[in-house]
Write a protein that binds this ligand. Structure first.
Ligand code: SF4
Length: 380
């Protein structure tokens, strides 16, 4: 099959939509797993172009959104310590902890820095031997290889002033948890293409079989998403439940072997809490014993921090696809990107942020009224 880029995009979009319309005979609910896909869908109005029988449900695939409040508070505690340089991707700085965020810590004198790679943080550690440099290692399978590489390099270079605050999560156990929930309405998945480009697709056939759902590995461009939907609807209409790769230009069945080797050497599977969702068995990674010395949670003794989610925020339901952001009473009133109650309103991949950014609460945005993306994620 030709790459999507080789086609005339508007023509192909029409063809894909026509084929979906011609195929669908009854209602289907598909979940796009990744927050990047959610933003693409809302930004381009893909959900509004689909026949009304096809509903898109937004999934939990926003790494910033699912990082538990406990871990945010651990980050705030470490970042406020003297002698620490706390490094993070920009998205995390406005994520609310219990009583402040990393911006506030920075404003109060903490040395909080935005970096674009964990290797930038490693370089800071090399250049500041008298300081402790901590990198906030959050994310799905996509960010794990680079974080593993950073800690691997730290050990090779003998840098004992570098550590990771790890909150890595894995997609397949989350899909399993979503499908196991009694209130689940999802009948098919658009699996996250970038995750599969690292991990491959080997973990998915078992899930497709267990829950009898199609899993279509899908990219992030509008045409990728339409192609993923087309294939999922096709399978559903035919009563099939297979794993299909609609992102073959980036995803191989066995993933990226070098990245997998690095993850395997540095991380081991563990249970993880997901913000607003709760504990999901085997849904995360932590450093192995061999790399435990680089674990900031232990180095700074913040393991005991336990916190409660704010009752007003319904991000857990949003992340599980049980409600749309606009069904949260706080959406666009007490909760806005400037006054966020939950991470889904500040993350550049959060569903609440997507609905607010593209004015889904009031219908189509009047010209020039959209909030600039920079304001949603001012440092990212
Ligand atoms: S709109 Fe705000 S309060 Fe409501 S679920 Fe989203 S982040 Fe939470």
């Amino acid at each position: 099959m030709k790459y999507i880029d080789e086609f005339n995009a508007p023509d192909l979009a029409h063809r894909l939509l026509d084929e979906i319309r011609a195929t669908v005979t009854r209602p289907w609910a598909l979940m796009e797993v990744c927050g990047g896909q959610t933003h693409s869908i809302i930004r381009h109005g893909i959900d509004q172009l689909l026949p009304e029988q096809v509903e898109l449900i937004h999934g939990p695939g926003c790494p910033v959104c699912v990082t538990p409040l406990d871990v945010i508070d651990q980050a705030l505690e470490i970042a406020a310590r003297p002698g620490v340089i706390f490094c993070s991707f920009g998205d995390m700085l406005r994520v609310p902890g219990t009583d402040r965020d990393l911006f506030r810590v920075k404003g109060e004198g903490g040395d909080v820095r935005v970096v674009y790679s964990p290797l930038d943080a490693l370089d800071l550690a090399r250049r500041n031997p008298d300081r402790q440099v901590v990198f906030f290692a959050i994310g799905f399978e996509t960010t794990a290889p680079a974080n593993a590489m950073a800690v691997h390099q730290a050990r090779r270079l003998g840098l004992d002033n570098f550590s990771l605050l790890v909150s890595h999560v894995r997609v397949p156990p989350a899909i399993d948890a979503i499908m196991t929930a009694p209130e689940c309405r999802v009948q098919g998945f658009l699996a996250a293409g970038h995750v599969c480009s690292v991990m491959g697709t080997a973990e998915y056939p078992e899930l497709a079989e267990k829950h009898r759902v199609p899993l279509v590995v899908t990219g992030f461009e509008p045409l990728d998403i339409l192609e993923g939907i087309r294939r999922a609807v096709h399978q559903l209409e035919r009563g099939e439940h297979r794993v299909e790769n609609a992102y073959a230009r980036a995803v191989r069945e066995r993933g990226n072997p070098a990245a997998l080797r690095m993850i395997e050497e540095v991380f081991e599977v563990t249970d993880r809490n997901w913000r607003g969702i709760g504990r999901i068995p085997a849904s995360g990674w932590r450093l192995t014993d061999a790399f435990r010395a680089y674990d900031a949670e232990h180095r700074f003794d913040v393991t005991g921090i336990r916190t409660e989610e704010p009752a007003q925020c319904r991000a857990g339901e949003v992340l599980q696809g049980l409600i749309k952001p606009t069904e949260c009473e706080a959406f666009g009133t007490t909760c806005t990107p400037r006054t966020p109650l939950g991470a889904t309103m500040v993350s550049s991949e959060g569903a609440c942020a997507a609905y607010y950014l593209y004015r889904r609460m009031t219908g189509p945005a009047p010209q020039g009224s959209r909030i600039p993306r920079e304001e949603m994620n001012p440092v990212g």
